[in-house]
Design a protein around this ligand. Structure first.
Ligand code: FES
Length: 639
């Protein structure tokens, strides 16, 4: 079989592939990152590339016009390589670095800052499941001639560590370690309930160097933090895209990918690869000895955790939606390919159901809503809206499919919150001229989720769109026009953008976002109704997640994503998933509570809930069919 070379720009990376290889797969093999929201299904149109040299077999796609095809545009996932190629990845198709900045206090609601989190985390009991203890053992004599392990175990018992067991490799090297340390050794134990496992014994006193890694295994982004177990402090933080993104944007497309030939293995190795890179960066940055990392605490949604373990996730997608497991065993991290020492153990937060994962359990625990008397609504918005309602006595949850709109998917010029994404917009009510701010303050490349919410709220308040999201084409502004795919608003003219086209938001884009927000609002109402309460009974709304952290309450209420409640009821906690993992590194109680909460939380399946559809249809308006529920929005419209 013939082989061809493909060179990708601007990365300037080349790979040799067999004739007929798919261009998206070639990019993945060359480690060139292309947005592939639909996992190569050919439907999202996000994997657009430009073939500058050579020709390839391109399948026709409605996402490309004849003019674009003539100019060399192609969908990477629908292109087969038949000769040497030079391929350019345009800015809108690249996966860039995710914005990672701390937001200033919002005008409505309270944001828990990193400094405040350090204080809050310090309030969790300092009782890590990973303990290091330095022991001086009496040397054996003819009168005291018990085995080395029995001698160590006896000393552990004297120090309050009972019922200990030992890993086989540690036992094998124990005689040499004890003698090398001249009978003074540091023992690392992992406390699992009533049992203690000796996972490492090293000569001399190393109790001051004791680390673990907290990981948030997100569908889009993976975050890792290096934690000093001795002080409880975060000493390093890194994040990056989940490398699985090239196999599909959301959990459903990843599950579909996992059913393809070697798909599951590929997904598992991609997520492990992402974690490995983050840990390597943390180690390099901090200068610590990686041998002193004894544990990894991970939290992620149900599909991500199944994929991390290499469990087949396909039944999550089929009624009655069953994962392999919701509770995870402690395992050696190296058993699933994580490149850490052989004694490093990994644990994942328990899930509640197929669509309420360990990331939510983790967030609920660290926010302490499960210990509170107050009626609290916890919400994490991404491609799924995960919602929990309750207090210390009861918890009820649901998950609604919001689709990719909040993360910039399914929107013509939508993109993730990377450099160049429009994140804030104001539209002048008289001239309909916009004022925009981009991530990184550079020329705009597209619009991220918060930007899309801003634009829709502003278009609605400026009366460019009506309650149904329909455009008023009578408006006297060149920015409101009939475009190729229907009515649209021009946010950025081509000359001012980083692309060579106008950046627009179309009526179809607005419809996509209205569907997404309606699903979340309907989910909230179903939970409230299920316990015979009213929205006004909610005493606190906790907004978790990377996307949620950048929301402006006034805007999300204007579009009807969240109910209109006083500002003091809203709290932004940021990434609850990693914060919970951090707390669990510090405190065994957190892990125990996580299992209790996961077991006691009731999960409502919305796909079979007949009232959900009624609520959803009522919410398919801006802000809602019943606008009286949003008196402040009425006031703004009347201004
Ligand atoms: S169209 Fe190619 S990945 Fe979606």
């Amino acid at each position: 079989m013939k082989r061809f070379k493909v060179r990708f720009y601007p990365e300037n990376r080349e790979i040799e592939v067999e004739e007929g290889e798919n261009l998206l797969r070639a990019a993945m093999a060359a480690e060139v990152r292309i947005n592939a929201s639909c996992g190569g299904d050919g439907t999202c149109g996000k994997c657009r590339v430009i073939i500058d040299k050579g020709s390839a077999k391109r399948e026709p796609s409605p996402a490309l016009s004849q003019k674009e095809i003539a100019e060399g545009h192609a969908l990477a996932c629908r292109t087969l390589i038949t000769e040497d190629l030079e391929v350019r990845i345009p800015p809108e198709s690249r996966l860039g670095k995710i914005a990672d900045k701390e937001r200033p206090q919002p005008s409505c609601g309270h944001l828990v800052s990193s400094a405040e989190w350090e204080e809050r985390l310090a309030n969790f009991a300092a009782d890590s499941p990973f303990k290091k203890v330095c022991l001086s053992l009496p040397e054996p004599t003819l009168d005291d001639n018990i085995g080395d392990w029995q001698r160590l175990k006896r000393e552990l018992g004297k120090n309050g560590i009972k019922n200990s067991k030992i890993d086989l490799p540690v036992l094998k090297s124990l005689p040499e370690t004890l003698r090398k340390g001249n009978w003074q050794v540091t023992v690392t134990v992992l406390q699992q309930g009533n049992e203690c496992k000796v996972i490492k014994v090293e000569p001399s006193d190393t109790t001051k160097t004791h680390y673990a890694v907290a990981v948030d295994v997100g569908t889009t982004t993976v975050v890792a933090q290096l934690i000093d177990i001795v002080t409880g402090k975060t000493i390093g933080k890194r994040s990056n895209f989940n490398a699985q993104a090239s196999c599909g944007e959301d959990v459903i497309s990843r599950i579909i990918f996992s059913t393809k030939d070697k798909g599951l293995k590929k997904l598992q190795s991609l997520i492990v690869g992402t974690i490995n890179k983050l840990i390597a960066e943390l180690v390099e940055e901090s200068g610590i000895d990686p041998d002193h990392i004894c544990g990894i605490l991970a939290a992620g949604n149900t599909t991500m955790t199944q994929l991390l373990f290499g469990f087949d996730p396909r039944y999550i997608r089929e009624e009655p939606y069953i994962p392999t497991t919701t509770l995870f065993p402690w395992i050696k991290a190296s058993d699933i390919g994580v490149e850490v020492a052989n004694h490093t153990y990994l644990y994942c937060f328990p899930c509640v159901a197929s669509y309420i994962g360990g990331d939510i359990t983790s967030g609920v625990i660290v926010s302490r809503m499960a210990e509170s008397d107050r009626l609290t609504l916890f919400i994490d918005i991404g491609t799924n809206g995960e919602i929990v309602l309750g207090n210390k006595d009861w918890l009820v949850s649901c998950s609604c499919s919001a689709g990719p709109a909040f993360e910039g998917g399914g929107v013509k010029h939508g993109m993730q919150a990377t450099k160049g994404a429009i994140e804030q917009v104001r539209i002048d009510r008289d001239t309909w001229e916009p004022m925009i701010i981009t991530v990184g303050r550079v020329k705009p490349t597209g619009i991220c989720g918060t930007g899309i919410i801003d634009i829709i709220a502003e278009l609605f308040l400026s009366k460019v769109i009506n309650q149904k999201g329909k455009f008023d084409l009578e408006i006297d502004s060149p920015r409101v026009r009939k475009g190729e795919f229907g009515p649209e608003y021009v946010l950025v003219w081509a000359k001012d953008s980083a692309l060579d086209v106008d950046i627009v938001l179309s009526e179809a884009d607005v419809e996509n976002l209205i569907r997404a927000k309606a699903a979340v609002y309907a989910g909230i109402n179903i939970l409230i109704e299920s316990v015979s309460l009213n929205l006004s009974d909610i005493e606190e709304i906790i907004i978790a997640g990377a996307f949620g952290n950048y929301l402006e309450i006034e805007k999300v209420v204007t579009i009807g994503l969240l109910p209109e409640l006083p500002c003091e009821k809203f709290t932004f906690i940021g990434n609850g998933s990693i914060l919970g993992a951090h707390a669990a590194i510090q405190s065994q109680g957190v892990l125990k509570e996580a299992e209790t909460v996961a077991k006691k939380m009731t999960y409502l399946e919305l796909s079979t809930n007949t009232k959900f559809m009624d609520q959803y249809i009522s919410a398919l308006f801006l802000p809602h069919t019943n606008i009286e529920k949003f008196p402040k929005v009425i006031d703004q419209l009347e201004k």
